[in-house]
Write a protein that binds this ligand. Structure first.
Ligand SMILES: Nc1ncnc2c1ncn2[C@@H]1O[C@H](COP(=O)(O)OP(=O)(O)OP(=O)(O)O)[C@@H](O)[C@H]1O
Length: 402
């Protein structure tokens, strides 16, 4: 096998000092976690890059498929190695360039000679390898500035290393490097996208879902579990807290005028979410709200909903168009699940004409006739917890321990 390691270039590195060390440590842990099935990976870290040692082709395939999903990676390159012998180096250059033989491409060789005892100097190595490779490929022409392929040759002390491909990474920051938040996860298109965007900024997520049986079916809950599971592909496990919400919704329907019931529903959801957030030590709540999308997403509504807590509410989609959100949902693989037609607890109780500009004082006044606090406590206490991507049985056992 020619492959020796994968070189990883870090993503956003505006962070300095200790933050940078934390960024690198998190990224290494997340890679280990994502590829736990491959056994113990040998990962070497440097200030500006990281190397994963490759044992065999199968391992290489799994890494090439999975690495583009890990946040904190700007790009990565498979690195091949051979002896420090010019003939071996020419042969390896050909093996690598064979991968590109079906495309018309510009090309150059770039040499770095760390081992100064190697008999040829950088320029001579460049001429030898370039002169050997070029005549063998009709599709290649030399271009010094910004070629399509830069064959990088590095003569180190132990061996010669070569790479030609720079594969784009997911960018962003390693999940967990920016603390933990609680994602309000419905079965819709938007909230999984909101979760994905926060993970991209390094936020570890737990998720909360409000479930109202028998008005919402088991299928709608299953759909949310699938979505939570999908999000774990981006580098971290996720605990999903499922809140029994029927009792609260029924009380709202009975006691609050229907045109503000949607606002009250959102406020109660946020109250419950805030208690769970506190319980799990998360610092913020994430929603998939986007301004103007529906009645509950006007500035007036958001103000009335927000009034129940001082906790930061992160709304990464607030300025996105629906089509932009759908684009991301398709890209990250949640769209097909989100459009499955299972009812959501909110849509079922949605009044015909909810107020788009609810007044906070009025909403508070209508709510003051009922004791929601006791129901909120009960809903929080009776929640079920599932952990993804683990198996269902394990998740249930985990919930029992809480
Ligand atoms: N049943 C639920 N469980 C958890 N969170 C919910 C639930 N319903 C709504 N939310 C949260 O409230 C936000 C706004 O929900 P709403 O149904 O008004 O909008 P939406 O644009 O359809 O969002 P989505 O596509 O995420 O369902 C959601 O993005 C989600 O964060």
């Amino acid at each position: 096998m020619i492959w020796k390691e994968i070189l990883i270039r870090y993503g956003e590195l505006s962070t300095k000092g200790r933050n940078k060390m934390d960024f690198i440590r998190r990224l290494r842990e997340n890679i280990r976690h994502a590829f736990a099935d491959l056994g113990h990976l040998h990962i070497r870290t440097e200030r500006d890059r990281m190397f994963i040692a490759i044992q065999d082709e199968a391992q290489m395939d799994v890494l090439l498929k999975g690495l583009p999903k890990i946040f904190g990676i700007q790009s990565f390159s498979p690195v091949a190695a051979c002896e420090k012998d010019i003939e071996a180096m020419k042969k390896l250059a050909i093996t690598i360039m064979d991968t590109f033989k079906n495309e018309q491409l510009t090309f150059k060789v770039e040499v770095k000679r760390t081992d100064k005892t190697f008999p040829l100097e950088s320029h001579a190595i460049q001429r030898e390898i370039g002169g050997y490779v070029l005549p063998q490929y009709q599709n290649l022409s030399v271009k010094v500035k910004k070629p399509d392929i830069e064959l990088r040759v590095e003569v180190r002390h132990d061996a010669t290393y070569m790479m030609a491909q720079v594969i784009p990474g997911a960018g962003g920051m390693p999940v967990g490097s920016n603390g933990k938040s609680l994602l309000m996860l419905s079965g819709g298109i938007d909230s999984p996208v909101a979760g994905y965007l926060m993970m991209k900024r390094g936020v570890r997520l737990e998720a909360i879902h409000f479930f109202s049986p028998p008005y919402t079916s088991q299928n709608s809950l299953e759909k949310v579990k699938v979505l939570a599971n999908e999000l774990t592909k981006f580098g971290a496990s996720i605990r999903l807290h499922v809140i029994p919400f029927t009792e609260i919704q029924v009380l709202i329907k009975e006691k609050v005028p229907s045109n503000v019931s949607m606002t009250t529903t959102r406020r109660m959801m946020l109250k419950v979410a805030d208690k769970v957030r506190e319980d799990i030590g998360a610092l913020a709540i994430v929603t998939g709200e986007s301004l103007g999308q529906v009645a509950s997403q006007t500035l007036e509504s958001l103000t009335a909903i927000n009034a129940v807590t001082n906790t930061p509410i992160l709304r990464p989609l607030i300025s996105s168009d629906k089509l932009e959100i759908i684009d991301i949902a398709e890209k990250i693989g949640t769209y097909e699940t989100s459009i499955q037609p299972f009812e959501d607890c909110c849509t079922i109780f949605t009044p015909a004409s909810p107020k788009t500009k609810p007044k906070l004082e009025k909403v508070e006044h209508y709510e003051s006739f009922s004791d929601f606090d006791e129901l909120i406590e009960r809903a929080v206490k009776n929640r079920e917890v599932y952990i993804f991507p683990k198996k269902e049985q394990e998740a249930d056992k985990f919930a029992d321990l809480l």
